[in-house]
Ligand binder design. Structure first.
Ligand SMILES: NC(=O)c1ccc[n+]([C@@H]2O[C@H](COP(=O)([O-])OP(=O)(O)OC[C@H]3O[C@@H](n4cnc5c(N)ncnc54)[C@H](O)[C@@H]3O)[C@@H](O)[C@H]2O)c1
Length: 264
């Protein structure tokens, strides 16, 4: 992975997958701007600098188009035009059956997880196309494929990201810009640590790899998609899930349970 001389912008980079991605991009040679609603994002910028790269931190809400415009302008001023955009900021703020989900909670989750990516893409994709080069990676979820009990807004927002990803890929492939989606399974971050332990344990049991993923395992895929080596990969949906999405069919789990019960 070689990203020397590239400028990357990662949203939701104060912690978790976003922070690991900022560091993976810096390790590959990129200068990295990090955005988040949390001022702690400054600490990620400091870690990028410690890795020997230029960094900039911007505190903004991806759901607010004006704040995104101002944030991207600050990044451009500090580091130059954005070559690599990683739309990672995401929330789960709304766990309820669809009939009890409030319109406000639904709107907020869509605004951050889906419109947030749109807000960022529209700020940078024109410049990428003019320069004939760009990489956009959207962090979706395997919930986009399988749906998720009591998380209709989350699953819908992550499925919506796939439509956005493919359309941007179609519109800008001829300009040297790619847009791909990564779909994490269960990754060990604060988002997942906040889940009830029994649900987390059930998710690990349903994951063929029998463990949570590491943030670095998602970050490495994103860094690859950001590199020249991935120039011909466009509009793709790539799971990083230890095989969890293979197990979404009940038949697969039943068969696996039978295999596990058999003596070796
Ligand atoms: N952890 C998992 O198992 C998992 C699985 C599938 C998908 N994902 C997706 O990966 C991404 C990162 O998840 P994570 O587990 O690292 O989560 P996390 O909660 O640890 O980190 C998310 C970051 O996004 C920031 N953020 C939230 N709302 C924002 C907003 N409106 N504007 C700017 N920043 C905002 C948060 O402050 C936080 O720093 C999310 O999009 C999430 O949906 C995670």
């Amino acid at each position: 992975m070689e990203l020397t001389g590239r400028v990357a912008l990662v949203t939701g980079a104060a912690r978790g997958i976003g922070r690991a991605t900022a560091l993976a991009l810096a390790t590959a040679g990129a200068d990295v701007a990090v955005g988040d609603v949390l001022p702690a994002v400054e600490e990620t910028a400091a870690a990028v600098r410690a890795a020997g790269r230029r960094a900039a931190a911007a505190v903004f809400d991806v759901a607010d188009p004006a704040a995104v415009g101002a944030g991207v302008a600050r990044v451009r001023e500090a580091l130059g035009p954005v070559d690599v955009l990683v739309n990672n900021a995401g929330i789960v703020n709304n766990i309820a059956p669809v009939a009890r989900m409030t319109p406000e909670a639904w709107q907020r989750e869509l605004a951050v997880n889906l419109s947030g990516a749109f807000n960022l893409i529209r700020e940078v994709v024109g410049g990428m196309a003019e320069r004939g080069r760009g990489r956009i990676v959207n962090v979706s979820s395997i919930a986009a494929w399988g749906g998720l009990h009591r998380q209709a807004a989350y699953a819908a927002s992550k499925a919506g990201l796939l439509g956005l990803t493919k359309t941007v890929a179609l519109e800008h492939a001829r300009h040297g810009v790619t847009c791909n989606a990564v779909l994490p399974g269960l990754i060990a971050t604060e988002l997942v640590e906040a889940m009830p332990a029994e649900i987390r344990a059930a998710a690990v049991a349903a994951t063929p790899a029998r463990r949570l993923g590491l943030t670095e395992e998602v970050a490495r895929l994103i860094a690859f998609l950001a590199s020249d080596a991935a120039a011909f990969i466009n509009g793709a949906e790539i799971p990083v899930d230890g095989g969890l999405s293979l197990n979404m069919s009940p038949l697969a789990s039943v068969r696996e349970a039978r295999e596990t019960r058999r003596p070796a």
